[in-house]
Write a new protein. Structure first.
Ligand SMILES: C[S@@+](CC[C@H](N)C(=O)[O-])C[C@H]1O[C@@H](n2cnc3c(N)ncnc32)[C@H](O)[C@@H]1O
Length: 238
């Protein structure tokens, strides 16, 4: 019998935003994997759950390179998949930790697909987590959507060029992964006439949290922390 793979959402940073279900599963699994940036080998997801892991449970960090190079990514996902497969094949239940929610812009999505191809009989269960944008909206007391409004989530990893097309058809937009192209994203927001309708949230629930609605102050930030996003409301923040 192969083990079960659990994709566990650990929330965006504040350990109190871990769900009861995640804590229960973490207390039972035989092996824990967490994604680590190949640059610094550090897993925030692991830090969030550390108090809930059994002292004897093996914990492995899997390096996922931060690159768009498809060959490098494919090699990394394949190698990481094999490490998880090896444990599942021993009949052990395994948890893979994800910041926020496992099915929202997460490495778990790739791992889940690869494990399914490699071990079609393995059971895969996802434990949802509070997303970064839900926690950010709470920190800023900014509604994500109300009444009949629509709400769209986009990635800013390649810049903010999609913002204009999206804001045309959506009342509310969350732009994630703003760190790399921040000045360009701010320029797109200004061009779309939205500079007094956005709220920036960085390191939500963590040391150094920033919640900033003042666009002029945002212009002073050259490159924000990796854990940063923008909430944009077409009809205004209030
Ligand atoms: C790879 S995505 C992970 C998203 C995550 N799965 C979720 O459900 O929120 C990483 C992006 O999530 C956002 N993010 C994650 N944690 C955050 C935090 N504590 N504060 C602000 N943004 C955060 C940032 O936009 C960051 O670039």
């Amino acid at each position: 019998m192969v083990g079960t793979l659990y994709g566990i959402g650990v929330g965006p940073g504040d350990p109190e935003l871990l769900t009861v279900k995640a804590v229960k599963v973490l207390g039972k699994v035989a092996h824990v994997f967490a994604a680590a940036s190949s640059k610094n080998d550090y897993s925030l997801a692991l830090d969030i759950v550390r108090d809930h892991l059994r002292p004897d449970v093996p914990v492995d960090q899997l390096a996922f390179p931060m690159t768009f190079n498809p060959d490098r990514l494919e090699d990394a996902w394949q190698a990481n998949c094999e490490r998880v497969v090896e444990v599942l094949k021993r009949g052990k239940n395994v948890a893979f930790l994800t910041l926020g929610d496992p099915l929202t812009f997460s490495t778990f999505i790739y791992l889940m697909r690869k494990i399914h191809q490699r071990l079609p009989d393995a059971s895969i269960r996802t434990v949802p987590g509070i997303t970064s944008f839900q926690a950010a909206a709470a920190s800023a007391n900014v509604p994500l959507a109300e009444g009949e409004e629509s709400f769209t989530i986009i990635s800013g990893a390649k810049g903010g060029s999609r913002l204009k097309e999206v804001i045309d058809v959506s009342d509310n937009v969350v732009l994630m992964k703003t760190y790399k192209h921040f000045p360009q994203i701010l320029a797109q927001i200004e061009e779309a006439g939205l500079k007094d309708r956005c709220c920036f949230v960085s390191r939500c629930g963590l040391n150094g949290e920033i919640v900033e609605r003042n666009f002029e102050r945002l212009l002073e930030i050259e490159q924000p922390n990796y854990l940063s996003l923008m909430i944009i409301k077409k009809h205004g923040l209030e």
